[in-house]
Write a protein that binds this ligand. Structure first.
Ligand code: GLU
Length: 478
């Protein structure tokens, strides 16, 4: 009997959920449903330095918005939980010990200074930087002594010195890598947290994942995973690496050229049916040139092998065209409900209220004065944005720098935005009036708006970034 189909997505909660996550989720979901299998959601949150609060909740709600519901996950539980890696630390510890015991992994006591020195020396000699195996051959007595003395250490995989590692990719056929390109991977870090590689393999095994369907960017990790399966003596799942979504110029999709956050598409009024249909066309085709299809129709004919590796382009114009089709198809009731529930939702209006109530004398002013809370791209005709004494290059640099900084902002709230704007202005020594007016005009299209940081908080990180980028790309800055 063939194995039960069990697939998963394993997002890391490091920020706003990405269209790539929805794309991978869709293909896993369609494959699971087509094969009457299970679709699992696992949160890979062991990299505490990159985890962002609130990100997990956003991932869950965006996938639900798209209708890609999972059978097992941190919120719904399931027979192989917990489904959040930070709650599975004892498991990783136990499994890393198994590898040490069977001789396929070892404790490494090298200090950060030694490793830095090693890296610097290898760089100087023009060599690939890698661990030199210093602790591979420590005698068991020395290791015990050091462990008893509680010397900080990591656990590394003992990668064979030579040979190749092979695996079958469902779309690419057999792939082969020289092991001398694979470093002795760290599996457990000094702080007792596992690395991605160990946790991912142990969980895929314990959660009985039959097919690992993930983005192409993980191909280079797969040899390490295969070596881990071998070290444990486990059968590896089937691997299928999906093609990367691309910008119009064929480069890997990136927020510099395309909005990538699902929150942006929701905010921009793209219907979930549109996005699912559109992502379904990325590298996969329904057949008969059919471009408009529902999720259920997609599942019915879904076949992973029909994915082509040509590098699907995520094209906003095409997405918008498709959305227009779905808007036209909405029933009168659903059309009106969408505007009321999504654009003018009570929650959004309540959060805007403190910024509006003291700035109105007649309700008819609402649409005109506050349209920037609801719009997408803004129009800047007739607005003097460039402050006197600044040239286009200085302003371009200032705004590009600001987008980066806003992107890295840990929490998106007005206090944090306010502090960031002040620090940025001081760092580049712009006059407050010039700086704040420029940012206000570019992000709201108006000279008079409610307090800037509060307004940006409501407009949202993705729309703010989109407007600044859009302005930078508009050709107005010349
Ligand atoms: N945590 C990885 C990510 O963020 C999972 C990759 C995989 O599917 O193995 O995408």
């Amino acid at each position: 009997m063939s194995r039960e189909v069990r697939v998963r997505i394993a997002p890391s909660p490091t920020g706003d959920p990405h269209v790539g996550t929805a794309y991978t989720a869709l293909f896993n979901y369609a494959f699971a449903r087509k094969n009457k299998g299970k679709f699992v959601l696992r949160i890979e949150d062991t990299d505490q330095t990159r985890a962002k609060s609130g990100s997990e909740a956003m991932i869950l709600s965006s996938l639900k918005w798209l209708g890609l519901n999972w059978d097992e996950g941190p919120d719904v539980g399931g027979p192989f939980g917990p489904y959040r890696q930070s709650e599975r630390l004892v498991i990783y510890k136990e499994y890393s010990q198994k590898l040490v015991a069977n001789g396929t992994a070892y404790h490494c006591f090298c200090t950060a200074e030694r490793l830095d020195g090693l890296r610097a020396k290898q760089k100087e000699e023009g060599l690939t930087t890698r661990y030199d195996g210093h602790c591979r051959t420590l005698s068991p007595e020395i290791v015990t002594q050091k462990l008893e003395a509680a010397e900080p250490n990591v656990i590394r995989l003992k990668v064979p010195a030579s040979g190749t590692v092979k695996f079958e990719d469902l779309l690419r056929g057999e792939l082969e890598f020289d092991v001398d390109r694979v470093d002795d991977q760290v599996l457990m870090k000094t702080d007792g947290f596992p690395t991605y590689h160990l946790a991912n393999v142990v969980d895929d095994y314990l959660m009985k994942i039959s097919h690992v369907i993930r983005a192409e960017e993980w191909i280079s990790s797969t040899p390490k995973h295969v070596l881990l399966y071998q070290a444990f003596g486990w059968e590896a799942p089937v691997f299928c690496h999906l093609p990367l979504l691309r910008n119009a110029d064929k480069s890997k999709i990136s927020k510099r050229k395309n909005p990538v956050s699902l929150a942006y598409y929701k905010r921009a009024g793209i219907l979930p049916t549109t996005l699912v249909n559109y992502l379904g066309m990325m590298g996969w085709s329904f057949g008969d040139d059919k471009e408009i299809f529902s999720l259920d129709e997609m599942i019915e004919v879904f076949d992973l092998k029909k994915i082509s590796l040509g590098g699907p382009v995520f094209d906003l114009a095409k997405l918008t065209w498709l959305n227009q089709h779905y808007i036209q198809k909405l029933s009168p009731e659903n059309f009106v409900d969408y505007i009321r529930d999504e654009i003018f939702s009570k929650d959004y209006l309540l959060s805007l209220r403190p910024l509006l109530q003291d700035r109105m004398s007649r309700f008819e002013q609402f649409v005109d004065n506050f349209s920037f809370f609801f719009n997408g791209p803004l129009h800047y005709q007739g607005l003097e944005i460039l402050p006197k004494g600044k040239d286009a290059a200085a302003m371009g640099a200032m705004l590009s720098d600001l987008v980066e900084k806003l992107d890295d902002l840990y929490e998106w709230n007005h206090t944090a935005i306010h502090d960031l704007l002040n620090a940025h202005r001081e760092a580049i020594a712009w006059k407050p009036k010039d700086y704040f007016m420029t940012v206000r005009l570019v992000t709201t299209g108006r000279k008079d708006s409610p307090p800037l940081a509060e307004s940006l908080e409501q407009i949202g990180r993705e729309m703010v970034r989109f407007r600044i980028r859009n302005y930078l790309d508009s050709g107005l800055l010349k």
